[in-house]
Design a binder for this molecule. Structure first.
Ligand code: CP3
Length: 344
């Protein structure tokens, strides 16, 4: 008998109640064991590119909490890094890169792409072998627009003004960059599925800074291109799209891109989420700060999602990544409350 991977069942459109649960950024700094491994590894990228460490930190939240899905430990910026762009992570600064110029796009080094990413594929292979049979293994990558924002600004910004200006000033260059990223990111996901990922998530964390026309062109169209390419290799692999901050533009995103499921941020109202659930699986969308606060704020947030969305295909998650200041006991409380499932 094969174990039931409930996350996959829900991605196929089944309603499972209580819903399966995992958290974006579930392997991370809020866990003491993560901080210890990171110390041993040295830098953040040493964690990402060393399969021993990457497997270890991926499994930490599975062992501690028994989440229904494990997400490969890596970063969205390994894709531009594997294309020859420099990348460093500095304490307190987040990612730092040399900003790409319009002329730099032709010079992306594509020859070594999969060679550079071999450690990631090895991590996925080992994870699928080591995970409990019922735990879904998620691969992931960044969406072209979100990855481009970091390549263009060379760092994180609050509104992605450098990338938006680049888009308006150099439309041909941006289009070329998004196409290249879309094709390489799709091939990266295909290799992850070949290595054992059961489903994949595409993180478009900066979808919410764009006007409607730019959203269609820079977020939805490149993700559609990726989905098409992944499905040519794997017609049935579930794909979760997470266009954070898309607001009312969530309504057309599933049809426009072909993603299987929608990852919802916490600003999506439950009424809209319910409507989105009519056309397929949704994932989300607890405010991560409710997990920091705990107590009533946490319980009420969990209950509202279970009451609003528990009657349809739902994967319980946060509306964005868990923050480093979240107490571990609040994560335990959240999972227990989801699994008690008494609020349908
Ligand atoms: O979810 C998981 O547990 C898997 C691992 C994962 C990481 N990054 C590890 C990480 C995933 C899925 C990501 C995705 C990612 N990376 C996104 C999209 C999702 C999102 O949060 O919006 C983005 C925009 C990045 C780029 C990135 N990486 C930034 C902006 C930062 C700095 C901010 C921060 O939290 O420090 C990172 C660093 C990073 N990626 C950390 C982790 C655990 C912290 C690094 C550390 O240990 O010091």
């Amino acid at each position: 008998m094969t174990a039931r991977r409930t996350v996959i069942d829900v991605l196929k459109g089944e309603t499972v109640f209580p819903p399966p649960v995992w958290m974006m950024r579930q392997a991370g700094r809020y866990l003491p064991e993560y901080r210890a491994t990171r110390q041993r590894a040295g830098g953040f990228l040493d964690l990402c590119y060393n399969p021993d460490f990457a497997v270890e930190v991926t499994l930490q939240p599975i062992h501690r909490f028994g989440f229904d899905a494990a997400i490969l430990f890596s970063d969205i910026l390994v894709v531009p890094h594997a294309l020859g762009r420099d990348l460093r992570f500095e304490e307190g600064h987040g990612p730092l890169m040399t900003p790409i110029e319009p002329t730099g796009i032709e010079q992306l080094d594509e020859a070594m792409f999969h060679v550079n990413l071999q450690p990631v594929y090895e991590t996925v292979r080992r994870l699928r072998a080591e995970l409990p049979a019922e735990t879904t293994l998620l691969g992931f990558c960044g969406a072209p627009w979100t990855v481009a924002t970091y390549m263009i600004a060379g760092r994180g910004t609050s509104d992605q003004a450098p990338a938006r200006l680049f888009a308006y000033r150099h439309p041909e260059a941006l289009a070329k960059l998004l196409d290249r990223l879309a094709d390489h990111s799709a091939d990266y996901l295909i290799r992850q599925v070949e290595a054992g990922a059961d489903a994949v998530q595409i993180f478009d964390s900066w979808a919410g800074v764009l006007d409607e026309a730019s959203f269609d062109a820079f977020c939805a169209a490149p993700v559609a291109r990726m989905v098409k390419r992944v499905r040519t290799a794997f017609p049935d692999v579930p794909i979760i799209g997470f266009p954070r901050g898309a607001g009312s533009l969530y309504d057309s995103y599933r049809a426009a891109t072909g993603v299987t499921a929608l990852g919802l941020d916490w600003s999506v109202p439950l009424s809209q989420a319910k409507r989105l659930q009519q056309s397929g699986t949704v994932q989300g969308n607890l405010d991560p700060l409710r997990v920091v606060a705990g107590g009533r704020a946490l319980d009420e947030g969990v209950d509202a999602i279970l009451a609003g969305l528990g009657g349809g295909p739902l994967i319980f998650n946060l509306g964005h990544g868990i923050t480093p200041d979240a107490p571990v006991e609040n994560v335990e409380r959240m999972i227990a409350r989801v699994r008690a499932g008494s609020h349908r």
